[in-house]
Write a protein that binds this ligand. Structure first.
Ligand code: FCB
Length: 426
């Protein structure tokens, strides 16, 4: 059979994504660092430590790798606790260092995308109640103003908040992220404040930089009913999707944050996105289960036939990615894939994962879905939150002790796709 090739649109963004706490090292002034010092919080007691030593300068060699392998963009995040170490204090040296990094990207032909909040909060902020405190909205707006003012000449793509749904669910419902709460109403308060904070950031950025393009990164998990013929399974899957996938995004479209029976009107939040950032990793089946009241009567599990990742964290379901893209397109905005990837130290699944997901992306583009770019998670193995160093998401392996990087086979696979701006059909 003859193989055909799909050509991505000219100017398609090809990159990888990272976040400050996961790669910089020595971020001792945020709530994650404090969390890592507590016993039992991080698997095997792992600590972020030097991470990938980006603050020590190793971003240079890593971004060299990205550029040499034909990536044309990189998504990084700014560490709030470095910019505003205490409420009254702004650190211009840190801003200057980010400026240097952005210049370094430009000189390598990498268009930057900046995330303003990627899970880490300054310690002073979490000590005052963090995102549960309504003041978080103005704290965030002040920080955003400072950063955008300083960096706007070198960046036009902004992600305000990374995965608010994951931040709220892991930190306030499951207790896996700081502050380790299990209180759904606290999660609700956090999300309302994050909708308001995103809104304030959106308007601040556009005031300072009219040509900027602003969005947030939605973590979308495809939930399909375990038995499509069952009304109850369909209901259970739908509820999971409404709360986890839809609530935050919809608030930025129509100004109403709906969370089950609770509705908060935030009219100024309507129409505050220039594109939708989509983080897609996996899909689950949902079966109605009366014993799962705490999980909204939905028992979630991976599709039995799907290939599972090394630590069984992710099921490879490219079809779910296609479903996700078809759902996101309904909001009528351009889409950027801000994260997609798999943890795989042996690089057995990653090649299949990358190619199969990008084929679904190609299929969606062919059908007219306006996708502008793809950021693979991640460039180098990095500190994976409460999973510590146990999960290896990098195209390059990292030995955090020696800081040695080793390319995995997937480097060449992804590199070829980026270079040709194309992917072959199966
Ligand atoms: C996403 C996070 C990112 C990384 C990947 C594996 O949910 O945004 O920081 O942890 O998962």
């Amino acid at each position: 059979m003859q193989q055909s090739t799909f050509q991505f649109p000219a100017g398609f963004l090809w990159g990888t994504a990272t976040s400050s706490h996961q790669v910089e090292g020595n971020n001792f002034n945020n709530q994650w660092w404090a969390w890592e010092q507590m016993e039992g919080r991080i698997m095997h007691g792992h600590k972020s430590g030097l991470a990938c030593d980006w603050w020590g300068g190793r971003w240079q060699e890593d971004l060299d790798r990205a550029a040499q392998h034909y990536q044309n963009t990189h998504r990084l995040s700014i560490e709030w606790s470095r910019i505003q170490p205490s409420p009254q204090q702004w650190n211009d040296d840190s801003l200057a260092y980010y400026h240097t990094i952005l210049k370094g990207m430009k000189s390598r032909g990498l268009k930057p995308m900046i995330t303003l909040h990627h899970f880490s909060d300054p310690l002073w902020m979490s000590e005052q109640g963090g995102w549960e405190n309504p003041l978080s909205v103005q704290w965030f707006a002040a920080y955003v103003e400072k950063v955008v003012h300083a960096l706007k000449d070198d960046n036009e793509l902004w992600i305000t908040i990374n995965e608010p749904n994951v931040y709220a669910t892991f930190g306030y419902v499951m207790g896996l992220f700081p502050p380790g709460k299990k209180n759904i109403m606290a999660a609700y308060r956090v999300l309302v404040n994050m909708v308001k904070a995103h809104t304030a950031a959106y308007h601040t950025i556009h005031r300072l930089q009219p040509e900027a393009r602003v969005g947030f990164a939605l973590h979308y998990q495809q939930f399909n009913p375990a038995n499509a013929g069952s009304v109850l399974d369909r209901w259970a899957a739908d509820i999971q999707s409404k709360l986890f996938n839809e609530a935050f995004l919809k608030a930025l479209v129509d100004g109403v944050f709906s969370f089950g029976v609770y509705n908060t009107h935030i009219p100024q939040a309507a129409h505050t996105q220039d594109f939708i950032g989509l983080n897609y990793y996996t899909s689950s089946l949902v079966a109605f289960d009366l014993s799962k009241a705490g999980e909204l009567f939905g028992r979630r599990f991976f599709p039995p036939q799907a290939l599972l990742s090394e630590t069984k964290y992710i099921a490879c379901v490219p079809q779910g990615f296609y479903q996700a893209l078809n759902w996101v397109k309904l909001f009528g905005l351009p889409i950027i894939i801000t994260e997609n990837g798999v943890e795989d130290g042996q690089d057995k699944l990653r090649p299949v994962y990358i190619e199969s997901h990008l084929r679904q992306c190609a299929r969606a583009i062919r059908e007219g879905i306006p996708i502008e770019g793809y950021y693979h998670w991640s460039l180098v193995d990095n500190f994976e939150w409460e999973r510590g160093w146990t999960q290896k998401f990098g195209l390059w392996a990292l030995d955090p002790q020696t800081q040695t990087r080793t390319p995995r086979n997937s480097v060449e696979i992804y590199s070829h796709i980026c270079q040709t701006n194309a992917i072959k059909d199966e």
